[in-house]
Design a binder for this molecule. Structure first.
Ligand code: BEZ
Length: 216
């Protein structure tokens, strides 16, 4: 048995202090009033990880638009992280612009259950945690080492989380910002009429399709 915790949606994201490419980071303090994406990758100087980190650096302005900070992690030492940065920049055309945690003692990996022993005893799998400004875990995804993630999908999911926190809607399959939404089933038609005065398309009593609120 490992000493790893099982985290669930709605749990408080465990706090920690760990070294990173941008110095020592106290996680909750570093998040501040922002959203956060914490993601692990298996190993430095590996091809898929190199492409992922370049892509997250490229997308950083998109995360910032959503008031979301990004932070990566692997169990490799800080010296390796630092000497890998040049390769990421040279091959991906992107300089790393967010911190990478050097979790050599596996403090954070264990807290977040990022090592899946039946996949690998020693390396972290590709986890993603989306954490809100109250430090609650709002989304978790896990990919194997061989499959690079789609970080546009993480942005899409953050858009959905932020919209549905604010309005009484849910987002349907393949939704993206600006698309039609679903009125939450817990809302009666009388209540819905006040919130959505322009009306909705009632395909079933439980399937009420409405324009996205606050569409820009
Ligand atoms: C990669 O990032 O390319 C990778 C890392 C660990 C195992 C397999 C692939």
């Amino acid at each position: 048995m490992s000493g790893q915790t099982t985290l669930r949606l709605g749990d408080t994201a465990p706090d920690f202090t760990q070294e990173s490419t941008e110095g020592s980071i106290n996680f909750h303090q570093w998040i501040g009033d922002n959203w956060c994406v914490l993601f692990s990758h298996p190993k430095d100087f590996t091809p898929v990880c190199t492409t992922e980190l370049g892509e997250v650096a490229r997308l950083k302005p998109e995360f910032e638009k959503r008031h979301c900070k990004v932070i990566g992690l692997s169990v490799d030492p800080l010296e390796d992280h630092l000497s890998w940065l040049g390769d990421i920049e040279a091959t991906q055309g992107q300089r790393l612009n967010f911190p990478l945690l050097a979790d050599r003692d596996r403090k954070v990996s264990d807290l977040y259950g990022m090592i899946h022993p039946n996949a690998s005893d020693t390396l972290t799998v590709r986890t993603v945690f989306v954490i809100d400004p109250d430090k609650k875990i709002r989304l978790m995804i896990t990919y194997p080492a061989s499959t690079g993630r789609n970080f546009e999908e993480i942005l899409r999911a953050i858009d959905s989380l932020q919209l549905t926190d604010k309005h009484k809607v849910a987002t349907p399959v393949n939704w993206k910002a600006g698309d039609k939404c679903i009125i939450v089933p817990s809302l009666s038609n009388e209540e819905a009429a006040k919130l959505f005065p322009d009306g909705w398309d009632e395909q079933r009593p439980y399937l009420r399709v409405v324009e996205q609120p606050e569409k820009t």
